[in-house]
Design a protein around this ligand. Structure first.
Ligand SMILES: Nc1ncnc2c1ncn2[C@@H]1O[C@H](COP(=O)(O)OP(=O)(O)O)[C@@H](O)[C@H]1O
Ligand SMILES: [Mg+2]
Length: 255
């Protein structure tokens, strides 16, 4: 495997007696796109939360580009290039969509780049991202007042404006109009072509197939599969995780 941008070893997290991550080992190759799947409650968001420093882990080692990040806070982790989006994005109440984007662009050093003359002024990049995600018509509205799907799009645009090297997306298309899913996929592909490694939590299998050559599946705190999306349907533990034992037996009989 090419050099991992992210390396996770023995990652454990429990909420009380409920073990949500039971010792996860996972490497994400630099430049890759990896789908992170699993039934509801299997620990996908908790995995992103612990890796990005939003939730303290119980044990384990997490390295970004070979350097330990497990003692860093979320802001420091983001400045090192590991950025994430949330399943339910929250937006500041008093800022417009455009202001939120400009703030994200500035915190990602876009302004410094612009001042140093390395690229066009950041407002242009912000306008381009807003246009591409069909957010131009709501650009002057409060970010907290747009629809759930639009917040999702805005959160992806904000994350990209931060110039991540590794971007983890938690259900990027949930609640987004189906017409826009292709646009999100194209945007993520472009980001990847420019060198951004992606980890995508997603339930839409067409989206996963279209974007991710590799996917890993979580179930009850364990990684139970690591394969191409097309091989998932033949994976007994994956079928069982989604359908339960009885369902898996029924599916085998029907096949
Ligand atoms: N802060 C929390 N306190 C207690 N239990 C939690 C907390 N966050 C998540 N959980 C539990 O951990 C399990 C995994 O949740 P989550 O990581 O959100 O799953 P997924 O994203 O795969 O749907 C669920 O059973 C959930 O109820
Ligand atoms: Mg989740």
């Amino acid at each position: 495997m090419p050099e991992p941008v992210l390396s996770i070893r023995g990652l454990r997290k429990a909420f009380g007696a409920h073990v949500v991550l039971g010792g996860i080992d996972l490497d994400i190759a630099v430049g890759s796109i990896v789908g992170l799947l699993g039934p509801n409650g299997s620990g996908k968001s908790t995995l992103l939360d612990t890796v990005t420093g939003f939730v303290p882990k119980d044990a384990g080692r997490i390295e970004l580009d070979g350097r330990a990040i497990e003692s860093l806070d979320p802001g420091a982790i983001s400045r090192r290039g590991l950025v994430r989006t949330f399943q339910l994005p929250r937006m500041p109440a008093r800022m417009s969509v455009r202001e939120v984007m400009l703030a994200a662009e500035r915190s990602g050093s876009g302004l410094a780049d612009a001042l140093l003359g390395r690229r066009a002024p950041s407002a242009l990049a912000v306008d381009g991202l807003l246009e591409r995600l069909l957010l131009t018509p709501v650009a002057e509205q409060p970010a907290s007042a747009i629809s759930g799907g639009q917040k999702k799009l805005l959160s992806i645009a904000m994350a990209l404006a931060n110039r991540p090297r590794l971007l983890c997306l938690d259900e990027p298309t949930a609640g987004v109009h189906p017409n826009l899913r292709q646009e999100i996929m194209a945007l993520l592909r472009d980001a990847n072509a420019q060198g951004v490694t992606l980890v995508v939590v997603e339930h839409d299998m067409a989206f996963i197939r279209g974007l991710c050559p590799r996917c890993v599946v979580l179930d009850r705190g364990e990684l139970i599969a690591d394969c191409a999306p097309d091989d998932l349907a033949d994976h007994p533990r994956v079928v069982e995780a989604y359908l339960g034992r009885a369902g898996a037996r029924a599916a085998r009989k029907a096949a």
